[in-house]
Design a protein. Structure first.
Length: 165
């Protein structure tokens, strides 16, 4: 006795089996049995999503580079301050802070949202601590602080958008 198998058509986009009555592929959403306008809309949305993903990755990389820059600046200024004042405690604190930023930047390659968000919160915490210790530090370097915060916020937003996909 011969077994008869019914072969269903495949989606032209993802090669998933679909039934002939189904308008949209259940896997990728392509309107296989739809009209040309629906197919064009699908391709346009797919292209826009790809461009958004590329843009998100650029912003995440920019935020990662910002974390590396913050780490480098902390380390360089820690050594400069040490050589001018011979304050070992400040050097140790700057090395620890720089190391934290380096770890966060490296971690952002695997978990960008968590790492960049942690970096942003750590940066804001450091600004708050310095402001409590010396209130005049709030306004010193305000432009750089705003730029750094903007890069990190964009990175957090892009990483959150990217992680939803």
């Amino acid at each position: 006795m011969e077994e008869i198998t019914i072969q269903h058509p495949l989606c032209s986009q993802c090669s998933t089996e679909i039934t002939s009555e189904t308008k949209f592929c259940t896997h990728c959403g392509f309107p296989e049995n739809g009209d040309e306008k629906e197919k064009a809309v699908f391709h346009a949305k797919k292209a826009m999503k790809k461009n958004q993903t590329i843009d998100d990755h650029k912003k995440i990389n920019s935020a990662r580079n910002t974390l590396y820059w913050i780490a480098g600046i902390n380390l360089v200024f820690g050594f400069i301050y040490f050589f001018t004042s011979q304050d070992v405690a400040s050097l140790i604190v700057q090395i620890i802070v720089g190391a934290i930023y380096l770890v966060l930047a490296y971690w952002s390659q695997k978990k960008p949202f968590a790492a960049i968000l942690s970096g942003l919160l750590f940066y804001l915490t450091m600004i708050a601590i310095l402001a409590i210790a010396e209130p005049a530090t709030i306004f010193s370097g305000i432009i750089f602080k705003v730029i750094i915060i903007a890069f990190l916020v964009k990175g957090v937003y892009s990483a959150s958008q990217n992680s939803k996909e």
